[in-house]
Structure formats: structure tokens, C-alpha cells
Design a protein around this ligand. Sequence first.
Ligand code: MG
Length: 381
Amino acid sequence: MNRRNFLRTAGLGAALAAVSPISSISAFGQPTTKNVVPTGRMKLTFEPYTLKLKHAFNLAKNQRTTTPGVQVRIQLDGITGYGEASMPPYLGENVDSVMSFLSKVDLGQFADPFRVADIHEYIDNLAPRNSAAKASVDIALHDVLGKIMGQPWYKIWGLNPDKTPNTSYTISYQQDPHEMAKEIEETKPFRIIKVKMGLNHDKELVNLLRKTSDTQICVDANQGWDTKEKALEMCKWLADNNCAFVEQPLPKEMFAETAWLRERSPLPIIADEAFQRITDVRKLSEAYDGVNIKLMKSTGLYEAHQMAQLARNLGMKVMVGCMTETSAAVTAAAQLSPLCDWADLDGNLLIANDIFDGIKIVDGKVTIPADRPGIGVIPKA
Ligand code: MG
């Protein structure tokens, strides 16, 4: 299906979803769930969609200008749920692997789409890894279910949308001073700036930023510091430069060194590359102060919600992040953000070809569309 038809069908689904009843009222004045269980079977469709980055990404180990993606939808009784897989190269997934995984998925076997635990288990057991492919199905399923219930997920989970955190906006070092100045200028509407480190210009980047901005920063070293002593020296220096926390300072394999660093660092240490699935959380609590939850790693919202609760119960900090994604996956993640201390939900702002309207950043704060059921997005016209 071409993009125009995809979006046209998609728009119809959203319109139908908007009028879907949450339930009916019985003769005794009690809500019934009569209309909640759909009569049809879920149908999954998917197509590749390349995300174009506004600025080249300069990471510790590579540079890139696009991110491969796959757009997914689940249709059920005239309702369309949206999901997506985004595959930055380091995750080990690509368009072929996602398309191949999705072609094995048979959602038609589930008569009741609310059997989320069963569906999650089925998808997770289809093949190991493939977390972005699994997330794409999970996100679209949550969108369908929220639309059937007529409610956004933050409400279904009982979360307060006023408690969403500020989101950070990411900058990285640019050789070209003009490009660097442009990136710094773009951080102005934000209350926290995420600085990518682990290259050769870490302190220079902060010093450049501090010439025009005293906004709080957080740092993502992307495993780029190679010794615990260097990481500690940087954490101390950053603590004097209005920094909130440091994400993945050391390579994920350096667990004992990270525990050593955490004992001495004045700043919280957050796991990102070291953290994939919910089974990692308890062990990570021995070396990290918090975890960065991303839907493309967690296999979607079902596990991400459990991760956030588990981490909080273990006394850890919780951060919700994203890859470069359209507003579909970013808004889905935003539904969870009232449970989180920090958000890094700028993935949709970093791409030039977003096809959805959803999350808004108002005065630096994550703002979830209040009256939109499901994950909270509608396709752009
Ligand atoms: Mg990170």
C-alpha cells in the first residue's frame, strides 16, 4: 500500500476510534462491558519507512543521517492502531529482520485483543531478540485497546498527566562552528539539554554551551569513557557545571567499574546500553542509580510499564527515552512519563518527515494529548 492510501485508511480508523464507546450503561445504571469485546479479528499490516534526520548524528562510534523504520498498524472492527519499529544500527535489527519477524505474527488467533499478557508472551516467544519488531506490534495493540476503551493509556494506568517531567533536547559536538551554534540555539525552549559525550570534545562542548546558556544539562557518554578514573573525573567536573545525571559513562561490560564509579560519583549514573529487558533491572540496581527505558528495547509498553514500576520499587531513578522515531512511538512512551523522573522524548523532533501528530513539548515539559484515546496520535493530513 502506498503512503497516501496508508494515511487515508489510517485517518478513517482514528475518526471511528474517536466515537468508540468505553462501555454502555445497563438498565440498573451499572456500566457494562457489552460493547468492549470486539467481534472481529485483528489484522496486522506493515511497511518500511525511512526516518530522515534533521542533523547528522555524531555518536562515539559513528555518524548517520537516516534511521531505518517500519510502520505497523493493527485493524480491528474499523479501528486502526498504530505502531512502529525504529532500528538504529547498534540494536542489531534492520528492515529485513523486522519485516521477516512481522510476517510470522498471526494475531488472528486471538479472539480477545485484551489478552495482552498472552499476546505479549506469544510475540516474545516467536524468536529471541527482535525487540523493536516486538515493540511495533505491542504499541499498535495498545493503540487499538485504548481506542476500544476510549481512553489514553496514562489514564488506564491511573497516572497524573500533570506529573510528566521536562524532556531533554539532544545536542552533539559539530566540527562546523556554524552548525554548533545552530544546535545550541535550538535548545532554547528546553529546560534540560542532553549533551552527547564520549568523543574528543566533551568539555569543549559544555564550555561552548555555557557561553550562552546556563540551562541544566544531562550527559550521555554512550559508553565512550574507557576508564573508571576518567569517568569519575568527568562526573565531578560535570557536577560543577549544572548537570543532573550521567547516562552510560562506561562500556556496558564494565559492570564492576561502574559500581565503583557509582559509589564515588556526585551525579546519578543511569544505565542505557547495559539495559534491555525487565530481567536486567534487579542486577543493574547493584551498579547503577537508574535505568533508561525505551520502547524499542523493552518490546513495547507492556513490559516498559512493568519495568518502571519495578525500578521505582527498587528505589531506582527512572528515565524514559526513545530512538529517532515518529510521534507514534514517542507519544506512546510519553503515556508512561508521569512514572518517570526524567524524559528524553525528542526523537520525533529530530526527524524531518514525521507522519503523526501527538506529544507536544510545552515550556520544556512533556505534554500528552489529553483527549486522544490509545497512544494519543493521529496521522498528519
Ligand atoms: Mg543513551
